[in-house]
Design a protein around this ligand. Structure first.
Ligand SMILES: [Zn+2]
Length: 316
């Protein structure tokens, strides 16, 4: 994507009192999830229920899962909820100025449909409907919290469908070993899907490196644990592997004590490629524009570095 926005235009948009100027800039969101990326307000209105917001600070990913299962999933974890949240997430991303959207869609949602073809038609329909306003590239998502034996066979069908542009693995980091998915990632590589996975949000730098090697990752969702390991940051820099980080999510889930001390600063200082993304807007309440503006307001990253991050985020 061409980038006609100068550093001073970018700085002015960041420093503007309201969000509109920054929202008007083209942006990429390379780390978000379809079921959890619509605003909580739109879901509440659609469901006709006053759904409570997640606590601003949770102690772990398990705390978040507990909130999701108690408050949110009863309203959205079914076919209508999936379709509403997926479409709303895209429409709301367009309003935020997102022009490249790699949003995961879980393989498990296939069971809402009468067969894979109907599921693929819905996903492809989203791409087609929004083609003029956003490059939406469906990302196939697999949760480690469900048994690989039930998830991998349908995922292989998704890989072969040609509908998905990338592959992501998420859920509790220690629920399964990365080796369980090596065959699926090899198949995805043969079909041209970009290999991504969540790792190094809560897990160790060692797990980041191992997952990277076993699955052949070119991009890592979170991966902020790398900031604790100079050898790993060196490897990431030399191999040009990009971390799709979500600072608001990391603060809400206590991965980082606050935004000012977020590891993005260390990663950038060590030459690691980083993008800024939203993760789960429904839970964390932030768009991509909000994430950039919050990093700027907290003084975490200076304007020149943030400009470079933003430009790189638009590069495929
Ligand atoms: Zn995520």
């Amino acid at each position: 994507m061409s980038c006609p926005v100068s550093a001073s235009d970018f700085r002015d948009a960041l420093a503007a009192p309201g969000p509109d100027r920054f929202m008007a800039l083209p942006k990429a969101d390379r780390h978000c999830h379809s079921l959890l990326s619509a605003s909580l307000r739109s879901i509440s209105e659609w469901a006709g229920a006053a759904i409570p917001a997640a606590p601003a600070r949770m102690s772990s990913f398990e705390d978040m899962r507990e909130y999701l299962h108690r408050e949110l999933y009863p309203h959205i974890r079914h076919k209508d909820g999936f379709e509403f949240t997926a479409e709303s997430s895209i429409a709301e991303s367009v309003r935020d100025g997102v022009r490249i959207l790699e949003m995961s869609i879980d393989v498990d949602f296939m069971r809402f449909y009468d067969g894979p073809e109907e599921y693929f038609r819905f996903v492809q329909g989203l791409v087609d409907r929004y083609r003029d306003s956003i490059r939406f590239r469906p990302e196939l998502g697999i949760s480690k919290n469900r048994p690989p034996a039930t998830q991998i066979p349908p995922a292989e069908e998704c890989v072969r469908s040609g509908v998905f542009g990338s592959l992501d693995l998420y859920g509790s980091e220690d629920a399964e070993e990365p080796e369980a998915y090596a065959g699926l990632y090899a198949l995805a590589a043969r079909h041209g899907l970009k290999p991504k996975a969540h790792v190094g949000e809560f897990g160790s730098p060692e797990l980041v490196e191992r997952t990277m090697r076993v699955l052949g990752l070119r991009e890592i969702q979170h991966g902020v644990a790398a900031a604790r390991s100079e050898p790993l940051m060196r490897t990431l820099r030399l191999e040009g592997i990009r971390l799709n980080v979500c600072p608001g999510s990391n603060v809400a889930l206590s991965v980082s004590p606050d935004l000012a001390h977020h590891p993005i600063r260390t990663l950038l200082d060590n030459g690691v490629r980083v993008t800024v993304n939203s993760d789960d807007r429904t839970v964390f309440g932030r768009t991509v524009s909000d994430e950039y503006r919050a990093l700027h307001a907290a003084g975490t990253v200076d304007e020149a570095a943030l400009y470079a991050v933003w430009r790189d985020s638009l590069v495929d």
